[in-house]
Write a protein that binds this ligand. Structure first.
Ligand code: NCD
Length: 328
């Protein structure tokens, strides 16, 4: 990705590009531990957070990442913008770019909007922060980063990069159909050598899985006994136009990671979730809070990973030396 201007899809990176992000993120974890967690790497650059859809983690994580690199951050609030006066998205982004913006972090409910925005901009970079049910590349990167670190530390396996997840059995459980996280994670995990099994009721799988390098199961218990990682997805009701489930209670009974079912996991198996978690639906509260859960580590790692992405797209390659000036 060193040469690339945008990050729109995990496929823009491939295994080597993902590895490059993970290596760089390693160095930014150290920056986050400093008393003043800031380096001047992107001083003078401006990043605009353009979230057309709700977000807590992703928006704040990009904001923290940009600030730790000393970039200026502007926030675009779609609900309080001239879009409500009939201005087009095209005019909106071109006007924002005219103010001297270097990167747009774009989240939108429609798949493809970040790619469209990238095509309209003269020079600024676009980072896809989640587009409809299509992709969420930085989530997949922080998930790979979390897995590679947990694996190296907790599971005692040395991170033999670039296929750092080689041999890992990952189960992705839940509403795959509406999940951009699942699409990006499947691409990223398998690029790094993991084997992925999707576990979901047939109605919550994509209509076609052609080209997906995955196995499919409808029997969560039988998958739990042999997986190293179970990755839960939220039921994304906001994207559902029809009834996909009889009841949430039945979903939890069949596909939820309940406390009883979590006991089937082998010792050392990890529980992951991109958040927001609906406790008691896809994941029992006591499992979310158990030592197997790395959900808060995912969030913490997200900042270092997004710093790496911003730096690779906008940085000049200087001002990064460890222990560099904390003067942002
Ligand atoms: C996800 C998203 O918005 O795509 N969350 C996130 O970015 N961490 C998943 C979800 O909303 O369920």
């Amino acid at each position: 990705m060193s040469e690339a201007r945008h990050l729109l899809s995990i496929n823009d990176l491939g295994a080597e590009g993902i590895d490059e992000v993970l290596r760089l993120a390693d160095t930014f974890v150290e920056v986050g531990r400093r008393p003043i967690p800031r380096v001047p790497a992107l001083r003078g650059k401006t990043v605009v957070l353009s979230f057309f859809e709700d977000s807590t983690r992703t928006r704040m994580s990009f904001e923290a990442a940009a600030k730790r690199l000393s970039a200026d951050v502007m926030t675009f609030a779609a609900s309080a913008s001239s879009l409500n006066k009939g201005e087009s998205l095209l005019d909106t982004v071109r006007n924002i770019e005219a103010m001297g913006v270097d990167a747009f972090v774009v989240r939108h409910a429609c798949a493809g909007v970040p790619t469209q925005v990238a095509g309209w901009l003269a020079g600024a970079s676009v980072i896809n922060a989640g587009d409809g049910a299509h992709e969420h590349p930085t989530q997949a990167l922080l998930d790979c980063f979390t897995l590679s670190r947990e694996r190296a530390g907790r599971l005692g396996v040395s991170p033999a990069r670039p296929r750092v997840l080689e041999g890992l059995q990952v189960a992705i459980v839940g509403d795959v159909r509406h999940s951009r996280v699942a699409r990006s994670d499947v691409a990223a995990f398998t690029a790094l050598g993991a084997a992925v099994t999707l576990v979901a009721p047939p109605t919550l799988l994509p209509p076609s899985l052609e080209g997906w390098p995955v196995e499919v199961s409808h029997d969560l218990s039988s998958v739990l006994v042999k997986c190293d990682v179970v990755y839960l997805l939220r039921i994304q009701a906001e994207r559902m136009r029809e009834q996909y489930l009889p009841t949430l209670r039945e979903y939890t009974a069949t596909y939820g990671l309940t406390a009883g079912r979590a006991r089937l996991l082998s010792p050392g198996a990890l529980v992951m979730h991109p958040g927001p978690v609906c406790r008691g639906v896809e994941l029992a509260a006591e499992v979310a809070d158990s030592p197997a859960s790395v959900i808060t580590a995912q969030v913490a790692n997200g900042i270092a990973v997004r710093m790496a992405v911003l730096y690779m797209l906008l940085g000049s390659g200087t001002a990064l030396a460890a222990g560099g000036a904390n003067d942002g």
